[in-house]
Design a protein. Structure first.
Length: 288
């Protein structure tokens, strides 16, 4: 709650006056149906699986997390983040659509993004604060953190909240796009044009996070994207996109002759066949 208030306090006065209240009012409903498949694998080099994922076809909600920390702390961080997401989004969903629960503190939304973005941002902040508290209270968990990428489909839009370097891709009529932006040192170098070519995904700077849930710095990315029937949306951790060549992922995701669970299994097998250097988690959504 404290971090949310700090964030809103930074909104310019001119924009603040244009922001509308959303407390208690239903958001857009979600008429589009989805098919979902997801799985996670430890990989071939890790001692434990510190990834976690969750999805709910009724809510049309999805999340992936990739934890970090000594001993089992990374596993705890990702699991706690996903548990908070599932619980909070469950509180905010009704048959008629998304609401802002009356038991939550009043919040305001940016009309340029829609209230769903504020909802996801708030959920991410609460997960962040919970992991920070757990890290302070338990010595073995100190310093733990996790990436966290959440998505909901509401109406004909996909809303995303993102922190870290897990990714969301969209495949539409053969066109493949990355919807999230990595919060890594490598991406910073490319943005600043210190590096003028794409950094190899296996380079160490690709794993140096500059923002994560539970970390000392959290910068939440929000994104809204229109969706249509036939779209395929991939949520994945870096254990998928780093070992698998960039041109291969859309080919795998776009296969029409296999059910989604078989496609997810193919991605995991592909990553493992290339050394399985990290935990591997893929969550694939098809809009029906």
């Amino acid at each position: 709650m404290t971090l949310f208030k700090k964030w809103f306090a930074g909104v310019p006065d001119a924009l603040r006056s244009a922001i509308r209240r959303i407390g208690g009012l239903p958001f857009a409903s979600a008429p589009l149906n989805v098919d979902i498949a997801g799985d996670s694998h430890i990989g071939k080099r890790r001692k434990s699986n510190q990834d976690a994922f969750w999805h709910d076809p009724i809510l049309r909600a999805f999340a992936v997390a990739d934890g970090m920390g000594g001993e089992n702390a990374g596993e705890v961080a990702s699991a706690q983040a996903i548990q908070h997401v599932a619980r909070l989004l469950g509180q905010a969903f009704r048959e008629e659509g998304w609401i802002w629960p009356e038991t939550w503190p009043k919040a305001s939304s940016d009309p340029n993004q829609g209230p769903e973005s504020t909802l996801l941002r708030y959920v991410t902040l609460l997960a962040h604060e919970a992991i920070l508290r757990a890290s302070r209270e338990t010595r073995a968990w100190r310093g733990m953190g996790t990436t966290l990428t959440i998505g909901i489909i509401s109406g004909t839009s996909l809303f995303l909240s993102h922190a870290g370097d897990s990714r969301v891709y969209l495949l539409r009529r053969g066109q493949w796009r990355q919807l999230t932006r990595d919060q890594t040192r490598a991406q910073q170098l490319m943005d600043a044009r210190i590096v003028t070519v794409e950094v190899d995904p296996r380079h160490p700077t690709h794993s140096q996070l500059v923002s994560c849930v539970g970390g000392t710095n959290l910068e939440i990315q929000s994104h809204q994207e229109s969706v249509e029937r036939g779209d395929r949306i991939l949520f994945c951790t870096d254990g998928v996109y780093r070992p698998i060549p960039a041109e291969r992922l859309p080919q795998t995701v776009g296969q029409q002759d296999f059910p989604l669970d078989k496609i997810v299994a193919q991605m995991i097998d592909d990553a493992n066949s290339r050394g399985g250097p990290d935990n591997i988690t893929a969550l694939l959504v098809e809009v029906l």
